[in-house]
Ligand binder design. Structure first.
Ligand SMILES: C[S@@+](CC[C@H](N)C(=O)[O-])C[C@H]1O[C@@H](n2cnc3c(N)ncnc32)[C@H](O)[C@@H]1O
Length: 240
C-alpha cells in the first residue's frame, strides 16, 4: 500500500506546480513579516520544507511520519517527531501549518491555540488550507454526485472564527494547477487527490471516470492538454 501511495503521489507531483508556487508565496510572507525563526508544523516530505528552511535563520519542523522525519533530518533540518499539539520550548516569528490541519473541530481548537502560544509578539501564524469557498474541486465533486462543500465550509469557518478572536486575519487565495498532456494522466492525478492515495477510495472514484472525462473535456481542456486548478487559502494572523 505504501508503494502504491508513493507511486501515485510522485505521479501527482510530476504534474503539479503546487510546491513551487507555495514556496514562492510562503517566501513572500516570510519577507513581509521579517521572519527569522520558523516553526513548520506538518513539514511533510521536504519538498516544501527543505527550501523553506533555507529562507530563515532558525527553523524547526514538527512531523509525525517516521519516514519524513528521517528525510528531513538527513537534509540537516531540526525536527521534533510527533503529532501537534504538544509542548515546545521557545517562540517563533512564524508558525506555519501548510495543509497539515485536520477537519475535526475537536482537533482544530487545540492545534490553533497551541500554535498561537508559540508565536512571538509581532509574529504571525500562517495557515494554508484548501477548505473554503466553492471552487473548481467542489464543483467537480458535485458534478460527480459527491457533495463535500458544506463540511469543508464548516471547518473553514471554524478556523477563521477562532483566528479572528486572536488577532487580525488576512486572507488571500493562491491558485495552483495540475497540467497534463493527456486525459489519462489528469484522471490519475485527480484520483490521487480524491482518494488521498487510498486504493479503495481511488477505485470508487475511478468508477465515475466516464462522467469525469466528460467534465474534463468540456471545461478543462486547452491547446496543451488538460489542466485543473486548486484553490489554497492563506490565512495570516499577526500577534500584536
Ligand atoms: C499534505 S502534507 C503537507 C506537507 C507540507 N507542509 C506542504 O504543504 O507541502 C501534511 C503533513 O502534515 C503532517 N501532519 C498531519 N497531522 C499532523 C499533526 N497533528 N501535527 C504535525 N504534523 C501533522 C502529515 O504527516 C504530513 O506530512
Amino acid at each position: 500500500m505504501e508503494d502504491i501511495y508513493k507511486n501515485d503521489f510522485e505521479k501527482f507531483l510530476s504534474h503539479t506546480d503546487e510546491k513551487e508556487i507555495l514556496l514562492n508565496e510562503v517566501s513572500k510572507e516570510i519577507e513581509k513579516y521579517n521572519t527569522k525563526s520558523l516553526l513548520d508544523i506538518g513539514a511533510g516530505n521536504g519538498l516544501l520544507s527543505i527550501p523553506l528552511s533555507k529562507k530563515v535563520g532558525s527553523y524547526l519542523a514538527v512531523e509525525p511520519k517516521e519516514k519524513f522525519v528521517a528525510k528531513l533530518r538527513g537534509a540537516g533540518l531540526e525536527v521534533i517527531e510527533g503529532k501537534f499539539p504538544f509542548e515546545i520550548s521557545g517562540s517563533f516569528d512564524m508558525a506555519l501549518s501548510s495543509h497539515s490541519m485536520s477537519y475535526q473541530k475537536d482537533l482544530i481548537v487545540p492545534f490553533i491555540r497551541k500554535a498561537w502560544e508559540l508565536v512571538k509578539p509581532g509574529g504571525v501564524f500562517l495557515i494554508i488550507t484548501y477548505r473554503g469557498q466553492e471552487d473548481d474541486w467542489t464543483k467537480l465533486m458535485k458534478g460527480l454526485g459527491e457533495n463535500h462543500e458544506d463540511q469543508n465550509r464548516v471547518g473553514f469557518n471554524q478556523i477563521v472564527e477562532l483566528l479572528a478572536s486572536l488577532g487580525d486575519v488576512k486572507m488571500r487565495k493562491v491558485i495552483t494547477r495540475v497540467n497534463t498532456e493527456n486525459l489519462d494522466d489528469i484522471v490519475q492525478a485527480l484520483s490521487f487527490v480524491a482518494s488521498d492515495g487510498k486504493p479503495e477510495k481511488k477505485k470508487e472514484f475511478l468508477k465515475q471516470s466516464g462522467k469525469l472525462e466528460k467534465i474534463l473535456k468540456q471545461n478543462y481542456k486547452n491547446n496543451y492538454g488538460y489542466y485543473f486548478p486548486f484553490q489554497h487559502f492563506f490565512l495570516t494572523t499577526q500577534k500584536l
